[in-house]
Design a protein around this ligand. Sequence first.
Ligand SMILES: Cc1ncc(COP(=O)(O)O)c(C=O)c1O
Length: 398
Amino acid sequence: MSTTTHAAVDIIEREHAVVFQTYRRINVAIDRAEGMRIYDVDGRAYLDMLGGIAVNALGHGHPRIIEAIEHQIRRYMHVSNVFYQEPQVILAEQLVKASGYPRVFFSNSGAESTDGAMKIARRFGSATGRYDIIGFSGGFHGRTYGALSVMDKPLYKEGMGPFLPNTLVLPFNDVDALEARVDENTAAVMLEFLQGEGGIAEATQEFVDAIWRLKRQYGFLVIADEVQSGIGRTGDFFAFERYGVRPDVVTIAKAMGGGLPLGGILATDEAAALLEKGMHGTTYGGNPVACVAGSVVVDEVTSGLMHHVREVGEYLHGRLREIHDSFPTLIREVRGRGCMQGLVLNQDAAPFIPKLLEHGVIANATAGNVIRLVPPFVITHSDVDELHSALMMVFTAG
Ligand SMILES: Cc1ncc(COP(=O)(O)O)c(C=O)c1O
């Protein structure tokens, strides 16, 4: 065993000794990261097709982000939401401009945004005695009790109950089940229009149309979870845009912070007004260092990067289809768009992740049989070609 390998083993063993064992980690100990690359403590370089699980939109160590963070750290790092802070205002103004939603609340993570959105739904419903909040199978909204209550993932919920009352999960893309259950007691439905953890699975237009038909009939809120798919990842600012609908509330996080913890809720004026002074908040929400990083991300995304995502996403899709054509029995389908795509296999995807790692590519498996690709938006054609070669080698070896 070389000395460098010893460094990785040492870190891994020490982690096992002192940290809650809640994560199924990839057996790599990180030294540093730059652009599309991650380097481990053994000096190996990997192509990062996971992007910190759909976070590092501008890649690692983007000079504009570093400059903004350094500048803000020297001004101040935290003062609390007792004060007015321009970095929050600037990012909120950018988000309002990019999204068309008039109001923003800042949190620290996706799950927190989910719970905040659910509180809006409860407030909305409590005035009229309607409390049901509905999620859909395959959806992932985080690990808090609010989020878990509208998810159907047994692994995350096992032995954790009871969950929130008046919450339920209906089958995704099932119009009949929706029509049978949604009624005047429904306060809100929450969905990812393009499910991430659910295996890069898209809502059908028919399903979305049915939600809006019922919304017109019963008047409930629609909450779009754009934590993974939002801020330009699909080549549109939000995944819901191509459905021709406008949800009342949108949750965001991940890509927005450019690598720092930052989440948010976008809402109509009416929905935002449901949370009155003192009703919701968080000590760190809208941390100014995270907000200045977020401002760089939103600026880059809205001034050209989103077009790149669309273009490189089409190239990625084409190359994945070539792989599909080469291995038609192993691969069932290529799904998704932009920097959010998945290779759907006819078998468990997990065994292919360490094999890809051996060929220098980091990706992960989700929904059992899907290899998920959520790279930074700055991915190039040559990065895609590198991924293609690694996938060809891995699937050829079987
Ligand atoms: C669609 C979606 N919503 C919510 C979350 C939860 O975000 P966080 O892990 O920041 O709490 C995730 C995380 O993967 C997600 O993909």
